[in-house]
Write a protein that binds this ligand. Structure first.
Ligand code: KG4
Ligand code: ZN
Length: 348
């Protein structure tokens, strides 16, 4: 890859982030501002998220450019998350980027948020490139892909209801943990017994077997969440919840990670690829990464980003924009945010 200097802007949900990346791996500046105002509501409030982005976007991007010691006009491109995500939140980043591109004459590239998660590990590890099986697990999406090359993806499975991160957040809430709940739930689970409760592993029994070679390796987490809710209600009714919270957390986490790791293993078997990449906020879960490692021999490569690049961030947007610019692609100034932007290059 050439050594383009690219600004990446991310505002699709509740992180306002900007980064300046030189080439594929030289991260010259990276600012991530998380909106903690949503914690009190137990979830992201879209209108508040958009307003909060609007208040800080100028300063966040300005700080990234300052840290990198560069001016807008020196950039080779401006990448911005154009979707999927919260429409009001996305629009803040897209409008900022379009204004900056117009003023500076620098090309703009609309980036798909989930493709950006796919690129995140490659910033830190040059070996994290296709072909690989990708498990993309975030708060809004759960996707299993076979990436044969950058930009060429075969869909192997997706969630039929809740995303994996959403399940973590909902169960964390049931257990009285703050939002977003993934990291606090993981911390609580370290004190619990993952075998105490046997929660369901939805869809695993019915599909993905060798005989069903073409069946989708889909996911479903809403039934698991309901099973946990029923268990929590029962424990609450008999006054035993406090003593059991860590065990419930550990048992739930074991169920989710079992489903995710099983699907990844089935994808490896089906595609014949011995490389697995896990990305998105839930990939910060170290128990998930251990489970993926445990199921595969050392010859199978396992790629993931460090926690800062696993959650939503501008660096992954810059990295993806650099790839698109390298192909000669850019967006017009009528680029618009699209809450359900299709995944580029994804074959079903
Ligand atoms: O990718 P991301 O930052 O934002 C979206 O694109 O949605 O993912 C956020 C999700 C949240 O649901 C959060 O609870 C989850 O990632 N998450 C985790 C962990 N850290 C963040 N889930 C499980 N374990 C973690 N350590
Ligand atoms: Zn994300």
């Amino acid at each position: 890859m050439s050594d383009l200097l690219v600004l990446g802007i991310e505002t699709s949900c509740d992180e306002t982030s900007a980064a300046v990346l030189h080439g594929a791996h030289d991260l010259r500046a990276h600012v991530i501002l998380s909106q903690d105002l949503h914690a009190v509501y137990g979830g992201v409030v879209p209108e508040l998220a958009a307003r909060a982005h609007l208040q800080v976007v100028d300063d966040v991007v300005g700080r990234a450019l300052d840290d990198a010691g560069c001016m807008l006009a020196e950039l080779d491109g401006i990448g911005v998350t154009a979707g999927p995500g919260l429409i009001g939140a996305l629009l803040v980043g897209v409008c900022w980027a379009k204004a900056a591109a117009y003023a500076s004459g620098v090309p703009i590239v609309g980036v798909h948020h989930m493709e950006a998660h796919l690129f995140a590990p490659h910033i830190e590890d040059a070996a994290a490139e296709p072909p690989f099986v990708a498990l993309l697990v975030s708060g809004g999406h759960t996707l299993l892909l076979h990436a044969t090359a950058w930009g060429e993806y075969q869909l192997l499975g997706r969630t039929r209801d809740d995303a994996a991160g959403e399940a973590f957040d909902k169960v964390a809430r049931l257990l009285g943990l703050p939002y977003p709940g993934g990291a606090p739930l993981e911390a609580l689970a370290t004190e619990g017994d993952p075998g105490r409760y046997s929660f369901p592993r939805p869809l695993l029994a019915s599909s993905g077997k060798k005989s069903a070679a073409t069946e989708a390796l889909d996911f479903s987490f809403s039934g698991l969440k309901t099973a946990v809710a029923t268990q929590v209600a029962e424990l609450e009714a008999n006054g035993g919840l406090d003593a059991e919270r860590a065990h419930v957390a550990a048992s739930f986490q074991a169920a989710v990670n079992d489903v995710l790791a099983t699907r990844a293993a089935q994808a490896v078997e089906r595609t014949g690829t011995d490389r697995i990449l896990v990305a998105g906020g839930v990939s910060a879960n170290s128990a998930l990464r251990r489970e993926l490692r445990r199921r595969h021999p050392p010859e199978v490569d396992l790629f993931h980003a460090t926690p800062r690049l696993s959650v939503d961030n501008g660096a992954m947007v810059a990295r993806t924009a650099a790839f698109r610019l390298g192909l000669g692609e850019s967006s017009d100034l009528d680029l618009s945010a699209d809450a359900s932007l299709p995944f580029p290059g994804l074959r079903k």
